[in-house]
Design a protein around this ligand. Structure first.
Ligand code: ATP
Ligand code: MG
Length: 332
């Protein structure tokens, strides 16, 4: 069927956007794909300010969130990017054919620079760094290293996938065919917005979201305080009512109901009633994930073993691709 790859930065606690935009699709794809690799992309995580002392735990927390959300290590490899050093090598090789102009025109780069800038002193030593600009080349390498051809991601990553395809095509053109065409896998929920500012996407390092590990009371509080719009109708209208529309998307995707049905259900009801129901939907949805997470967290040795075994197998696939790349580039 397909070879699937996707990754998430170990830059903080995973939120509903990460789940709905990416992991939810990982869990369905792992049942059908020929090869599935899901990565805690710790080398991407160090491109923005972080605490080296806390980082190993943060990487582990991200892996725990993957497992909690349903990544099945018997069906998919669950790796830490830096433990498969071939990612970095392929990035270097791909950077030799990536024009800087292709990177400069990507919107996420400017956004990340602004985010880092807003961190004040903490961000000062990061905002002008090469890695922020070159990030998408590493992402192209992450995917192409396993000759993956299907990538489930949120909408914010689509421009990066286009870039990966351009770089792969350029490589094939210059050196001979090595890389496949990458297809995107995007579904409803691919762009969950911040609860405080529905014009910004929910994000780990930017605007606060609902974390998969938030307590029921935290969730209820965050949803109660979530920005809504003028007017009173629970009606889906992304332009006119971005706040309520975002909450409706969360409700619809988690409870598996259509937006139309939701609108019908809340005719004549208030935002407050809708929000109170949504909070219970989210709390109920996250409860089994949180229970699974707690069980894995008690058995960190088992999680380590899953990671180590996955990384061993990933390195074997990666070596094959790199051997191919070396040969085509005249390095062997
Ligand atoms: P950071 O602020 O550290 O960049 P992030 O929340 O943007 O964190 P990433 O690790 O960059 O998370 O992205 C992981 C995956 O989650 C990607 O597939 C991305 O497209 C998806 N994703 C991130 N934010 C959202 C969102 N708000 N809605 C839907 N999908 C999202
Ligand atoms: Mg991001």
């Amino acid at each position: 069927m397909a070879k699937v790859f996707s990754g998430i930065r170990s830059s903080g606690r995973l939120h509903l956007g990460n789940y709905l935009g990416a992991i939810k699709n990982w869990v369905t794809l792992q049942d059908k794909a020929d090869q599935c690799i899901f990565a805690v992309v710790d080398l991407h995580g160090v491109t923005t300010p972080y605490d080296p002392k806390a980082y190993p735990q943060q990487v582990m927390d991200t892996a725990l969130d993957f497992l909690a959300a349903g990544v099945d290590p018997t069906k998919a490899l669950l790796i830490r990017q830096s433990w498969v050093p071939q990612h970095a090598e392929l990035m270097w090789l791909l950077s030799t054919i990536t024009p800087v102009g292709w990177l400069e025109r990507l919107p996420n780069w400017r956004e990340k620079v602004d985010q880092v800038q807003a961190m004040g002193e903490r961000g000062a030593s990061y905002r002008n760094n090469l890695s922020l600009l070159a990030y998408p080349v590493l992402m192209a390498a992450d995917i192409l290293l396993y000759k993956s051809d299907l990538v489930p991601v949120g909408e914010d990553q689509l421009a990066h996938l286009d870039l990966a395809n351009e770089v792969g095509a350029k490589f094939n053109h210059l050196f001979g065919k090595v890389f496949p065409v990458i297809k995107r896998h995007v579904t409803q929920g691919a762009r969950i917005m911040s609860l405080t500012d529905p014009m910004k996407k929910m994000s780990k390092t930017g605007d606060e979201g609902i974390a998969l590990s938030d307590s029921p009371d935290q969730i209820r509080m965050k949803i109660k305080r979530a920005a809504t719009d003028s007017g009173r109708e629970v009606k889906f209208d992304v332009v006119g009512k971005p706040g309520i529309s975002n909450l409706m998307t969360i409700y619809a995707t988690l409870a598996n109901v259509s937006i139309g049905k939701l609108e019908e259900r809340y005719v004549g009801k208030s935002y407050a009633e809708f929000k109170a129901d949504l909070a219970e939907v989210v709390v109920g949805f996250l409860q089994p994930l949180q229970e699974r997470r707690a069980a894995f967290a008690k058995d960190v040795d088992r999680v380590e073993a899953i990671l180590t075994e996955s990384e061993k197998r990933a390195r074997i696939i990666a070596d094959k691709t790199l051997a191919d790349v070396h040969k085509h580039m005249g390095l062997r």
